[in-house]
Design a protein around this ligand. Sequence first.
Ligand SMILES: *Cc1c(COP(=O)(O)O)cnc(C)c1O
Length: 360
Amino acid sequence: MPQILNFSAGPAMLPTEVLKHAQSELLDWRGSGMSVLEMSHRGKEYMNIQAEAEADLRELLNIPANYKVLFLQGGASTQFSNIPINLLRGKKTADYLNTGEWSKKAIAEASKYCEVNVVATSEDKNFSYAPTQDQWKLNPDAAYVHYTSNETIGGVEIFWTPDTGDVPLVADMSSHILSRPIDVSKYGLIYAGAQKNIGPAGLTIVIVREDLLGEVLPGMPVMSDYKIHADNDSMYNTPPTYPIYISGLVFKLLKSRGGLAAMEQVNIRKSKLVYDYLDSTDFYHCPTAIENRSRMNIPFMLKNEALDDEFIKEAKAQGLIQLKGHRLLGGMRASIYNAMPEEGVKVLVNFMRNFAVNHA
Ligand SMILES: *Cc1c(COP(=O)(O)O)cnc(C)c1O
């Protein structure tokens, strides 16, 4: 069995160090006689684990004190509805940028609660790029402006921060949070499912400016109210304890590696290895506009689609798994999140090169 390199878009690879650490204390967390899996979320051991995870995340992202960090369940998809429920605050309309499949889902859900103004869309070119802000038609009466800063399926990343003036900016950062530093103070709300670039499935992180909370739509479930979660330190109900613990270990690892500025340099190098190779050959083709090429999710196509199955089969035989592209796009997709070592990306590019030679 070769060493496995997992290019899944999510749930995705986790750092080996973190898994080994978790394994070493799976049965007995630091002499407590309990597994983290067995701990009461109200016990002091677990409360410390969660508080430390939050403190480390705040440090990594340099989160200002007037922002709440929520550890929730329900995935990014639940936030598609929670965002209008919490942020409309008496307004009737919200602005959305449409850059792909996740934007579309967010728009569809928001449309149940308000009028959605699509500020711009890249549907004309099969969502292969992101419209720049000069192309956006912002509505000054919008309750907020929502965008998907990294479209996981199309591999479209937005590297600049939109300027929406006093209208709160909301970002779905599910698939690239923690890949580089961001200026949290530019946002009203940031959310991310953990299973892409943070930790295990089951945890969703919401970072929200305090003053935006407290005006939830009437008649909504209590679990949709961000203020309830904020006021209860994410313990209104049982939080996803084990995913929070594992994510906390990931935060510590990222800190020990020099934080997000250091991660960004690694991610630039890793993604450049793949894109440089793709640009050097016409055996493969990358559909994404150069200025929006995601450092995390890299879709690519074989010019000869008839070789797709053979590519997947040979890759798998060499331990390179989960390279099949999303069904909407076809072709291949390599997701290379923080946990994918640089060496793993080199192995992938070597395999691609050899495959091209052998099937030319
Ligand atoms: C995966 C993903 C989602 C959906 O996440 P769930 O946690 O499965 O609900 C939403 N947005 C983006 C950008 C994603 O990558």
